[in-house]
Design a protein around this ligand. Structure first.
Ligand SMILES: Cc1cc2nc3c(=O)[nH]c(=O)nc-3n(C[C@H](O)[C@H](O)[C@H](O)COP(=O)(O)O)c2cc1C
Length: 285
């Protein structure tokens, strides 16, 4: 999402939901291409090679469509966007970070999306896309005009436990894990808007595995769980998504920072996996 569009980023974040039922008619090809390109041009956290492939329903092939949706339900849509990546340190977090930028661009254009982790064997999808074995298939999203007022969609969101989010005080801490945010933070409206938009990030099964410790000039990002299937830890994707919400909202509100992936000791907690730090240009308070 371009910096000039970022004024309404919070609206877009709160408007986005997972859409699992679509109008059968294709969306505008210009819009779909614009979304795909937004993914390819998205701000990145690593130098991993990534490709965003736009496919029609027919091009996806029956074999693959039967496997879409590891929640046990095939999602029918006129188009799909597939993210392929080469492996590199931090690539899953980065994939989450980049793909969510694209998802938000799609939302801003009125298009529905739904993160679908690619847990199944990758070979058939890779050959459908004409890619060689150096590429990993990370995630895909159906994309198209949402079927408004769809009862099925509402039911599926309820089944996926999508409606709520953990409260701020279970996700964001001050100086060390478990330490509740002081009044100087909770009364800072700009900062609270950033945390609220981050809290609203989608995650696999809505598990919200990410946690954040706010320091004077940094925000530490780490995760509590490991959902590892076929060598892919979905919770790293989840962290990248939350980091995308944090970064886009902070930027829109004039808080300047950049993420640096890497290891650190999580203050006050052993056993969590460090993901990275949001390094701020100015003091947080
Ligand atoms: C990495 C990842 C994988 C997901 N995989 C699926 C999936 O296979 N099928 C599905 O229906 N939803 C999937 N979701 C969507 C989540 O269930 C959804 O984002 C979460 O419940 C929050 O709901 P919301 O997106 O409507 O806000 C996935 C989300 C993420 C982030």
């Amino acid at each position: 999402m371009e910096e000039s569009d970022s004024m309404n980023i919070q609206d877009v974040i709160f408007r986005r939901i997972s859409v699992r039922t679509y109008q059968p008619e294709p969306a505008s090809i210009d819009d779909l291409e614009a979304v795909r390109r937004a993914g390819e041009r998205a701000e990145a956290l690593t130098e991993a090679d990534m490709q965003f492939h736009l496919r029609t329903d027919r091009q996806m092939g029956r074999e693959i469509k039967g496997l879409i949706g590891d929640y046990g339900k095939t999602i029918h849509a006129p188009h799909y966007i597939v993210l392929a990546s080469r492996e590199r340190e931090g690539y899953l977090t980065d994939a989450g970070f980049r793909f969510e930028q694209m998802v938000l661009d799609a939302t801003a254009l009125g298009l529905g999306t739904c993160w679908v982790g690619l847990m199944f064997k990758e070979a058939s999808l890779r050959s459908t896309l004409g890619l060689d074995g150096s590429w990993r298939m990370i995630v895909l999203s159906p994309i198209g005009r949402p079927l408004e007022k769809s009862l099925t969609n509402r039911m599926l969101r309820t089944l996926a436990g999508s409606k709520g989010r953990k409260p701020i005080d279970q996700l964001f801490f001050w100086q060390r894990h478990g330490e509740i945010l002081p009044g100087s933070v909770t009364s800072n409206q700009r900062l609270m808007q950033v945390l609220e938009a981050t809290r609203w990030a989608p995650s696999w099964m809505n598990r919200q595995p990410w946690r954040f410790v706010l320091l004077d000039r940094e925000i530490l990002v780490y995760k509590m769980q490991c959902q590892n299937r076929e060598g892919k830890d979905y919770n790293r994707l989840d962290c990248g998504i939350a980091m995308c919400h944090m970064h886009l909202t902070a930027r829109a509100l004039g808080i300047k920072g950049r993420f640096k992936l890497g290891s650190f000791e999580v203050p006050g907690l052993s056993g969590a996996e460090p993901i990275g730090k949001y390094i701020l240009e100015n003091k947080l308070l």
